[in-house]
Design a protein around this ligand. Structure first.
Ligand SMILES: NC(=O)c1ccc[n+]([C@@H]2O[C@H](COP(=O)([O-])OP(=O)(O)OC[C@H]3O[C@@H](n4cnc5c(N)ncnc54)[C@H](OP(=O)(O)O)[C@@H]3O)[C@@H](O)[C@H]2O)c1
Length: 285
């Protein structure tokens, strides 16, 4: 398949580029190549390349900064996906848009199904929800929501934790927000399967299991120490109220992925994917 990829230099975009290489023709646009808020550039890229699918991994992902940088967050996360979706529908190609567990408010006690009402509690989540609505207004796009993405290659929770664990003896990490860490590589593979199966509408995909940020950080510390990547670092659990941030975070954002896993296959446990990411990180040191 010929696939246009927007946001190709980001965490997920680069994972998709790697996962697709060999099997698909990827036409990759980084932020430097193309601004997704530039409708004319989007139109030209899609019409001149006539792809089978367009995957939008470009997004304003600075969750706390979005609280005050509302205009930029809204044009990137809400308006641009609507415009890309419209152009894809006119061109007859599949639009694949990536969204987030942060469209949910976090008051649920069981995993959120894809048809649960979105009730975001921060500006980033509201712009991402608005982007879903805008994309769904044209044709039959595929929207894939995921959560807590990490990988060995980019600045993300895993790489930041490893850097801090090398510098500090103790880290305090929030233990009352629950979700599912998801390796960008497993989400990338799942997205390519979903496109191949012509999936449409909203899908949830994460790795298997659930934990808190403290649980995730503790697993990183234990595994990285056993691999000899770091010395010891004490991980201390704290409450969200003791770690104030500009944007509120959902306390529970586990996604019910079962209908999607019926298509993609059930992914590995997040702990197993963390092992894979740490091995990749090790090769880069
Ligand atoms: N990270 C997570 O935990 C997570 C969880 C669930 C869902 N998601 C979703 O997954 C998708 C991919 O996220 P990610 O983690 O890969 O984020 P990322 O690493 O921050 O990548 C986003 C990319 O988009 C680019 N970008 C920003 N504004 C742009 C614009 N106007 N035009 C073109 N490119 C632009 C960024 O470039 P610059 O850096 O140069 O600005 C960056 O390369 C997003 O839709 C995000 O909402 C992420």
């Amino acid at each position: 398949m010929k696939i246009i990829l927007f946001g190709a230099a980001g965490l997920l975009g680069s994972a998709i580029s790697r996962a697709a290489s060999g099997d698909h023709e990827i036409i990759a646009f980084t932020h430097a190549d193309l601004d997704i808020c530039d409708s004319a550039a989007i139109d030209d890229a899609i019409r001149s390349n006539a792809p089978h699918a367009v995957i939008n991994c470009a997004a304003y992902t600075a969750v706390d900064a979005a609280e005050t940088d509302l205009e930029m967050a809204h044009s990137t996360n809400a308006e641009a996906p609507g415009k890309i979706s419209e152009i894809c529908a006119q061109s007859g190609c599949t639009f694949v848009h990536i969204s987030t567990d942060y469209v949910f408010g976090g008051t649920a006690e069981r995993p959120y199904p894809a048809n649960a009402s979105a009730d975001p509690i921060n500006a980033y989540g509201r712009t991402k929800r608005d982007g879903e609505v805008a994309a769904l207004a044209h044709g039959n796009p595929l929207i894939v929501r995921s959560s807590w993405l990490y990988g060995a290659e980019h600045g993300n929770f895993l790489t930041r934790m490893l850097e801090l664990m090398r510098e500090q003896d103790e880290l305090k990490v929030v233990d009352d927000q629950f979700g599912v860490p998801t390796h960008a590589n497993s989400l990338a593979n799942a997205i390519l399967i979903l496109i191949g199966e012509t999936a449409q509408g909203i899908h949830h995909f994460t790795d298997s299991g659930k934990t808190s940020w403290f649980g995730f950080a503790s697993a990183i510390e234990t595994k990285a120490r056993k691999m000899g990547l770091i010395g010891g670092c004490k991980i201390t659990p704290i409450a969200t109220r003791d770690y104030p941030t500009a944007a509120a975070r959902p306390l529970y954002s586990v996604l019910d992925c079962s209908p999607t896993w019926a298509i993609t296959g059930t992914p590995k446990a997040w702990e197993t994917e963390l092992d894979s990411a740490l091995k990749i990180w090790e090769t880069k040191q």
